[in-house]
Ligand binder design. Structure first.
Ligand code: APR
Length: 238
């Protein structure tokens, strides 16, 4: 568990910060019962990203891809934000200049009450057409047929998420880069820092505090590495 001294220094650095950026990954939702991708019990232990999280996989077998995302939606729907998500809401309320950048699709930051969220990998609660510009917020946990047809043009709808090999949403990414480059502190929570370009943000920051249950490829380069579950550490930082 993170030492009291590191926690104190991190807490002081955050409270003095005029602007804060936060980058979260699947680890912040682990204590809500949502599986992560890598590490113990990670989704990529039992599934292959190339079968489920690429445009080619969807073109090849949209039914299986949709079944996997609907299963993930059902897990999230049965879950809820944890103390880590709520601590970031408090931190946002304490800082006028605060930007939450998340790689997560689950919407748990929204449900916790975070307001300024940049979703660099999209949103599992969005569906959009592969062919036209149609998109919608979508809480469906099942559809009469898979893939669901676009109500505008009849082509398949897909989950509103960024798959491997796809570009991140351009405007969202530009805002994320700006937020990190202008932040006094970047708080990196629950990410293995292995997926790019999201992981690039970490190298852009002036001062990085990492919260993770284990060491990551960036741990040796950050200013403060707080080891422990985010559901316990984040409340101790606000
Ligand atoms: N508290 C803090 N960190 C945790 C906790 C916890 N309770 N539980 C797990 N972790 C850490 C793990 O040690 C790991 O470093 O969370 C990290 C999760 O890493 P990944 O599973 O790789 O998730 P993430 O970094 O978000 O993946 C990035 O990869 O598959 C794609 O698009 C997907 O957005 C995802 C991207």
């Amino acid at each position: 568990m993170a030492g009291e001294c590191e926690l104190t220094v991190a807490r002081e650095r955050l409270s003095e910060a005029a602007s804060i950026a936060v980058l979260t990954g699947a680890g912040i939702s682990a204590e809500s019962g949502i599986p992560t991708f890598r590490g113990a019990g990670g989704l990529w232990k039992n599934y292959r990203p190339e079968d489920l999280a690429t445009p080619e996989a969807f073109a090849r077998d949209s039914r299986t891809v949709w079944e996997w995302y609907l299963w993930r939606r059902s897990l999230i729907d049965a879950s809820g934000p944890n103390a880590g998500h709520r601590a970031l809401v408090t931190m946002e309320q304490q800082h006028a200049r605060f930007t939450l950048i998340t790689q997560n699709l689950d919407g748990l930051h929204d449900r916790a009450g975070s307001r300024r969220i940049l979703k660099v990998h999209g949103d599992i609660w969005q569906s959009r057409c592969v062919a036209c510009s149609y998109q919608r917020k979508d809480r469906a946990l099942e559809y009469p047929e898979l893939p669901p047809p676009c109500p505008e043009c009849g082509e398949p709808l897909r989950p509103g998420v960024v798959w491997f090999g796809e570009a991140l949403p351009r405007i969202v990414w530009a805002e994320a880069e700006r937020a990190v480059s202008q932040a006094d502190v970047l708080l990196v929570v629950g990410t293995s820092a292995q997926v790019y370009p999201a992981a690039c943000l970490i190298g852009m920051a002036r001062f990085v505090i990492e919260v993770n249950v284990e060491a990551t490829p960036v741990s040796s380069r950050v200013a403060i590495a707080l080891q422990g579950p985010s559901g316990e550490i984040l409340p101790a930082l606000v």
